[in-house]
Write a protein that binds this ligand. Sequence first.
Ligand SMILES: Cc1ncc(COP(=O)(O)O)c(C=O)c1O
Length: 354
Amino acid sequence: MIDEEFMFRENIRAMPPYVPGEQPAAGSQVIKLNTNENPYPPSPAVAQALRSFDISSLRLYSDPFSKAFRKAAADVLDVPEDWILAGNGSDDLLAMIVLACLAPGRKVVYPSPTYVLYRTLAQMQDCDIVEVPFDDDYNLPVGELISAGGAVTFVARPNSPSGTAWPLEQIEQLARGTRGLLVVDEAYVDFAQDSAIDLVRQLANVVVLRTLSKGYSLAGLRLGFAVGNPDVLGMLNKVKDSYPVDSLANCLGTAAMRDQAYKNANAKKVCQSRQRLVESLTERGFAVYPSESNFVLARPGDGNAQGLYQGLKDRGILVRYFKEPRLDDKLRITVGTPQQNEALMNAIGEIVRR
Ligand SMILES: Cc1ncc(COP(=O)(O)O)c(C=O)c1O
């Protein structure tokens, strides 16, 4: 028996662990629509970079500042390189922000429900947490977020699990009204109509987070980045890991970033499939939130989301079910290939007939 009380901080003992979506063993035959991965493979340029990767370079530490990757991202986004900070997935950037800004007596604010990791990271810091509930249509509660006065305010745009986004004017209003840092988490931006990136140039308290996990089909590589004013990124730099991005991720991520055409073509396919999926679900009596992401939040007509989740799982199809108030009558379904979506709809049809 370990002496937990002596060893571990009280808040860590009290908090629940973050529970990621199920990851079935590699090679298993399930249709995986539960963690918003891209159904298409990474760019051929990534495959080529992997074939040419010099394995002997792994003997050395990776570039601690990811210079080549940051140059590629800076070119794509048309910002200077010192406006980019790379991390081990955007989760790592979130962790840096929380570590640099939050502590007991300091406040984090975000609308809810949203990405659960914001709460988990805040609990680790034992800071004050203000969760402002969305209304049933997931409108952004701008005024309440501002008046809560967080040292950090998180907004996932598009939001998860709703898939929805809000007009950029509302994000700007929030940024202008907020004294603290406004973090716009754009994990799903590649499937959305627009981005808050221009705000970063105008307002020094805005940071945009991006990831290669979704649009670039590289969830397993673990690479994300922040775009922000160098004054802000300089602070985050102080709390980062010594070598947060490994050499392979630096190399392959740079290749992926330089192939925007491939990423955009896949994102377009996903958005087209999303449209068809929404139509099929609606015909089946689901209420579906308007999505700008690579997933949809959908309520079956009878509200029995848990039964449907289990029925789909029994048929080898994984979707995401959140057993919590306001979400427990809905499923979050990642948009798959047209074939995967058809298999999903067939399985739903079969379950409903029973
Ligand atoms: C809103 C949001 N932000 C960030 C992430 C984490 O992305 P990454 O894989 O870059 O850590 C996710 C992952 O699902 C997400 O949904």
